[in-house]
Design a protein around this ligand. Sequence first.
Ligand code: CAA
Length: 388
Amino acid sequence: MIEELYTPKQIELRGRSRELAETTMRPLAAKYDVAQEYPWEVQKAVKEAGLSGVWIPEEYGGLGGGVLDLCIVVEEFSRACGGMGVAFAVNALGSFPIIVGGTDEQQERFLPGIAAGEKLVAFGLSEGKAGSDAGSMITRAERDGDVYVLNGEKKWNTNGAVASLNTIFAVTEPGRGARGISGFVVEKETPGYRVGKHEDKMGIRCVPVVEIHLEGCRVPADNLLGGKEGRGFKHAMITLDRARPGVAAQAVGLAQGALDLAMEYTHERQQFGQSVSSFQGVQWMFADMATQIEAARQLVHTAARTIDSGHKNISKVSAMCKLFATDVAMKVTTDCVQLFGGYGYCKDYPIEKYMRDAKITQIYEGTNQIQRLVIARNLLREAASESS
Ligand code: CAA
């Protein structure tokens, strides 16, 4: 990170996050990966470090930071543990719909608890048969007096098993496609809200990814995001535009963390009478990896700055940074496993976890195929408007 490009507050934030990651997250990463349990002690430490609400406005008790501040923190956490990075970042994904689409009253009601680290929040968009095609969801919300009755099943709900709040998207007006979808803040105690199957995952194993069953779940009409029906899909899309740089920052952190470990290992490892890092072929791999990581980091930070500036069209650059950084993370973490040789393939060393954790970054919050679709659609739209 070139320090001159960041504010003193951001540099302090990075230092605070790095210290927490090194002292609390790195020593616990393997334990929670094996146990596949949510690391409550880490969540408590994040809360005590005052980092729970980095992206939440100060008036609601947050640090008032933007997406760039969020990305700085997520990169540092993920450098130590990709699972702990997303366990933190997913609270931004879950709370952005409230920030971008909630009424003042909803923001006052829900954001302070999230900012204080008292309440975790998840994001319920995907369904078993509505993944990339999010608009084809079938979870239904029907008005009944002062409540909406929700019925359906949400899938791939990261944080769902531990979150007190879940921003759930459901169809309020069938037949209207994306315009018939609305968002709701659902509290976990709501009757008819049930956490289902826990996925047994390849990576990010410390954060629960679950199914959410909504069975006659009666949600107060006051929890309809923005107080109006039909805005949910747009709120979800605007949320993903803001949140995707966070996934990209997780990827940068994983790639950087893997490179750090590979440089240390190859420096100590002796073969043919010399350290493995002294071979030119290995040094060129380091140079290529470091260049790719820095390019990814700069694209993530440009996307974050563009979003924080209030720019109107953020979809393209957000998708670009997610696509690029996550592909870099997969390549770098795989090459770093290679540099550890046979040891890299075994769980005695921490490197294979980086490769497992990296894979999901190419898939969630929109597969990289969807990111290409978003980029291409925006390119064509821009070309059409320039030629008219
Ligand atoms: N900002 C604002 N509005 C947007 C928008 C954006 N970025 N993208 C689309 N919209 C609006 C459109 O303008 C349109 O509005 P009108 O009806 O008023 O014209 C409406 O939304 C529908 O748009 P499209 O016709 O473009 O929608 P589509 O059905 O073709 O889908 C898509 C577009 C980009 C493919 C979208 O479905 C998508 O992003 N899919 C991927 C979903 C995704 O990322 N899922 C991951 C969920 S989170 C997760 O992984 C789990 C977790 O817990 C971490």
